[in-house]
Design a binder for this molecule. Structure first.
Ligand code: OAD
Length: 238
């Protein structure tokens, strides 16, 4: 078994599977549909230009859903590991929900953006617009430049994920890389494990089913993150 001590440099990459037990639907478990929409109808820059109202309503619905979900034991276990490892721990998530933060994680890299934030395409203002009074609104203007329609602060298909330099640095220097609840379909996230592996990191997977990049795992734990992670983390830190 891969061992972790209090000075191990550990990177965790999470995907939709870690939030599944909280009631947030994953992307690829529903016949290619995401909450009944084809992804290209709601998660591309083209979709935003083509039908702002549809994209806005879709993300307002996702934002509103945050009010009715809570972190699960998987999120809590990851926060516990961060507490144990401190500075030598990096959490990278593809998830746009805020369940890691609400589960106690302090430093979270949201490589695909955050539902709670909106961004102005005119002046680049990024702000937190969270809570029922924002989630019910039909468009929100920019508080800095007055542009009428802020966009979701989400990385859509064809756009470059956030904080790639920081991610590259952490992944290429880690000793242990742990992939949790992600199918390995979407790059560059799916390729991070290759970078870790080629820099001699030990690689661990926790997933309901083997993901596409499972060949890189030194250890694979198949099952639900919320059931497996609390036990694993307890083992690592004791
Ligand atoms: P996917 O929906 O592609 O994959 C979720 C993975 O989690 C699958 O492999 C499931 O088997 C697994 N899973 C489901 N429930 C689980 C559980 N309880 N415990 C552990 N694993 C579980 O989601 P992602 O890989 O996160 O991008 O998708 C990556 C990106 O594709 C997303 O960030 C999103 C999407 O397009 C953007 O929005 C830019």
């Amino acid at each position: 078994m891969v061992s972790i001590n209090s000075s191990s440099r550990v990177v965790i990459l999470t995907g939709a599977g870690v939030s599944a037990e909280s009631g947030v639907r994953t992307f690829r478990d529903n016949d290619g549909l995401w909450e009944d929409h084809r992804v290209e109808d709601v998660a591309t820059p083209h979709a935003w230009v083509n039908d702002q109202r549809l994209v806005w309503r879709f993300y307002q619905e996702r934002r509103r859903q945050l009010l009715s979900v809570d972190p699960n034991p998987g999120h809590l276990a990851i926060a516990k590991l961060e507490q144990y490892l401190g500075e030598s721990f990096t959490l990278i998530t593809q998830n746009v929900d805020d369940l890691h933060e609400r589960g106690g994680s302090k430093n979270v890299i949201h490589m695909h953006g955050e539902l709670a934030k909106l961004r102005c395409e005119m002046c680049n203002h990024v702000g937190v617009y969270q809570g029922q009074n924002h989630y019910d609104r039909e468009f929100i203007p920019c508080s800095d430049c007055g542009h009428e329609t802020l966009r979701p602060h989400i990385v859509w298909f064809g756009e470059i994920p956030f904080e790639m330099a920081k991610i590259q640095e952490a992944v290429s220097t880690c000793e242990v890389f742990i992939s949790i609840g992600t199918s390995g379909h979407v790059y560059p996230a799916a390729g991070l494990i290759e970078i870790a592996k080629s820099n001699a990191a030990r690689c661990i997977g926790v997933n309901l089913e083997p993901p596409l990049n499972a060949r890189y795992f030194d250890e694979f734990f198949q099952g639900k993150a919320g059931e497996i992670l609390p036990q694993l983390v307890q083992k690592w830190i004791s």
